[in-house]
Structure formats: structure tokens, C-alpha cells
Design a protein around this ligand. Structure first.
Ligand code: ADP
Ligand code: MG
Length: 354
């Protein structure tokens, strides 16, 4: 059974991902209702309805659930339990959310599917950190189990003396200690899965990060990545299947000398897939709507021989005039308030046709 156009899609989370989901949903004739605790989140500007309430406000979630035909979420730092009031209407389900929001559970789960992750240890004291550094060797990166994004909640340990400072800098939160991976490149596999198990993939983007934040995604990727895409897709498909995931799932990889290593997963559309809006026949946002509403999959083929997406971070968004002066640049501005350093404010996609 499909959820037909004209129905209302609930989106929990009102950031730029919710905004782009709502825009894609509108193209197909759906209305969106956004649920977010902030006063005027970016997605609310383009949605038919908006509930401002805390993510753990069960009665507000219940009222929201009564207004929508299907629901989804656009980020993973949500309390899982209250979402149960949405029942079967929620896609992806709470399992995908629970696994993705805790780095230790995530790594155990991924290992359980047979995919490879960096060597890691669960740590909850400085003694644990010291022991992990002794076992894994340096460099090691500490990452809080929860609430990390864009490199936040992380600290590198490059010599054993740095263990204490790193542990202090992540606020003594339960964490994972991860061996630094020597990688040639970073890439992502974005998969959309339907309830009946069908899956579609986009070309893998070559992702460049600076200070833990994605700067650019380019397709096609370099040869070191292209050689690993088949194996990476198998790993991503295994993870999507094991989660019973419905909708878009993103798996970030390191291309290491001996093959792909899973970095992390996101149970949602992803920054490294923004290029698909103009660069593929069907964007990740539209495909997510198609999957959760059980519509036929759209083609994920490239719309140009090569595509490049650059994020606009912090102040960079103030260059909109210069960016728009290139008549071929697809400029996206998320309508967020303050351009704080490190904040994702927009992106620009360029299709290279020659
Ligand atoms: P976030 O949730 O902030 O995206 P990630 O775990 O993806 O956190 O880390 C952000 C970036 O930091 C990665 O894309 C990569 O560039 C770098 N990084 C993270 N973990 C490792 C690691 N184990 N080895 C090498 N680089 C890493
Ligand atoms: Mg990441």
C-alpha cells in the first residue's frame, strides 16, 4: 500500500535536511508537518504545519502523530522512547535510530553484519582510555558515544601523554576509543531501502573533510574509491537489511589500503548526498519520500558526467552574491539565523558537462 500524494508527512527535526525533504515532498504533492523544539527552524519555513515542542514531549508527539499519515526523522540525536507513540507510522523505525545514535552500539552492530570498522574499545574512565591507547597504539580518537556531529565530542590522542587532556576535553563522557585509520580517501554509500527489501544506490561521493566537517563531495570519485565501491555497497546493504531500514541510510567509509572500513552510519539523508538534488535523476530527498510512502523508486543515475558540492560553512554564506554571479551554480541557502563558525549554512552544486 502506498501513502498517496495529498497525504501529510511528519518530519521530526527541522534543520536543513528536513527543509530539503519537505521541498522534495511538496514536488510530489505531499504536505509536511515539522516537529522541532526551536522557534523557527529552517524546515518550518517550507512546511504546511509546524509543532514547536520538545522531542520528549509525549503528548505533543501524540497530537503530531494524529495529524500525519507517515513520519520520518532528519537527525539522530532524538530520544528514542517517546517516538514509540508514532507506532508503525515511523520510517525508518526506532531501531535504526537507536543503533546510529550510540557509537558503541553502532560499532558492535556493524561488526555483527560482517562489515569492518576501525579497532575500538568502549571507555568510561581515564584508566580505560590509558588501557585502550596501550592496546590500540597511537593515534587514537576519542568520540563520545552520543551527541557527536561535525567532529564535535571528539579528541585525538597522538601520544600516550595526551590521554588525560583528551579525556578532559570530551567531558569524561562515556566514549569509544578508536584507532586512527590510515586512509587514502573518504567516501559514502547512500542507499534507499523499501519495506519489501528493494534497494537503490547513488554513485559514491569522494568526501573531503576539514576539522571533522564535510567540505566537498565529488562524483565520480577517485580510482582508490571506485575500486572499493562494490564491497562497500555490499556492507551498506547488509547493514540496511539487518536494521530492517525503510528510507535512506548513509554509510561513511574510509578507503584504506586493504579495503573499505566503515566509519559511521546515519539513518537518514546526508550532507554527502546533497549533490543528488541536481546531479542525479532522483535526489536522496525525493527517494526517501518515495521509499517511506512506498512509491516506485526513481532512477539514481548521474545527470552529468561529474558533479561537485561545496558546503557553505559559517561566514561563507555571506558570499551569496559572488556565488550567484556564476549562472550555472546551484546555490542553496538554508535560511538559518546566525552564521556561527563551523555551522552549515548552505551549499553550492556545480555540474560539469564538458
Ligand atoms: P561526525 O559524527 O562528527 O561526522 P566522524 O566519526 O564521521 O564524526 O568523524 C569526522 C571525521 O573525522 C571523519 O570524517 C574523518 O575525517 C575523521 N575521523 C574520524 N574517525 C577517524 C579515525 N578512526 N581515523 C581517521 N580519521 C577519523
Ligand atoms: Mg561523519
Amino acid at each position: 500500500m502506498s501513502i498517496p500524494p495529498g497525504s501529510t508527512i511528519g518530519i521530526v527535526g527541522g534543520g536543513q535536511l528536513g527543509r530539503m525533504l519537505a521541498m522534495a515532498a511538496a514536488q510530489l504533492g505531499y504536505k509536511c508537518h515539522v516537529f522541532d523544539p526551536h522557534e523557527r527552524p529552517p524546515a518550518a519555513d517550507v512546511a504546511a504545519g509546524f509543532t514547536r515542542a520538545d522531542y520528549d514531549d509525549r503528548s505533543a508527539l501524540k497530537a503530531f502523530g494524529a495529524k500525519i499519515d507517515v513520519a520520518t526523522y532528519e537527525f539522530e540525536n532524538l530520544p528514542v522512547e517517546p517516538l514509540a507513540v508514532l507506532g508503525d507510522k515511523l520510517h525508518p523505525g526506532t531501531r535504526s535510530l537507536a543503533v546510529a545514535q550510540d557509537r558503541a552500539d553502532e560499532k558492535s552492530f556493524i561488526e555483527g553484519t560482517g562489515a569492518r570498522v576501525a579497532q575500538w574499545r568502549s571507555v568510561s574512565s581515564l584508566d580505560d582510555v590509558t588501557a585502550a591507547v596501550a592496546e590500540l597504539g597511537v593515534p587514537v580518537v576519542l568520540k563520545t558515544r552520543r551527541y557527536g556531529y561535525d567532529g564535535k565530542g571528539q579528541a585525538w590522542i597522538r601520544s600516550s601523554e595526551e590521554a588525560g587532556t583528551a579525556w578532559d576535553s570530551i567531558g569524561h563522557e562515556p566514549a569509544v576509543a578508536e584507532a586512527g585509520v590510515k586512509f587514502d580517501a573518504e567516501f559514502s554509500v547512500i542507499v534507499a531501502r523499501w519495506a519489501d527489501g528493494r534497494m537503490t544506490f547513488w554513485d559514491s561521493a569522494d568526501n573531503v573533510h576539514r576539522q571533522g566537517i564535510l567540505r566537498t563531495s565529488t562524483v565520480p570519485p577517485r580510482a582508490v574509491i571506485a575500486a572499493q565501491v562494490d564491497e562497500a555497497r555490499k556492507a551498506a546493504a547488509g547493514i540496511a537489511e539487518a536494521l530492517g531500514h525503510v528510507g535512506v541510510l548513509t554509510v561513511e567509509f574510509f578507503a584504506a589500503a586493504d579495503g573499505p572500513v566503515v566509519n559511521e552510519i546515519a539513518p537518514r539523508v546526508h550532507n554527502s548526498g546533497h549533490w543528488t538534488i541536481e546531479g542525479a535523476f532522483t535526489s536522496q530527498f525525493e527517494q526517501h519520500i518515495r521509499a517511506i510512502c512506498n512509491l516506485p523508486p526513481g532512477s539514481t543515475e548521474l545527470a552529468a558526467p561529474s558533479v561537485r558540492m561545496d558546503n557553505l560553512i559559517g561566514d561563507e554564506v555571506h558570499e551569496w552574491q559572488r556565488l550567484l554571479a556564476d549562472p550555472h551554480a546551484h546555490v542553496h541557502i538554508y535560511g538559518k539565523g546566525e552564521a556561527r563558525p563551523g555551522r552549515k549554512m548552505g551549499h553550492v552544486t556545480r555540474l560539469v558537462t564538458a
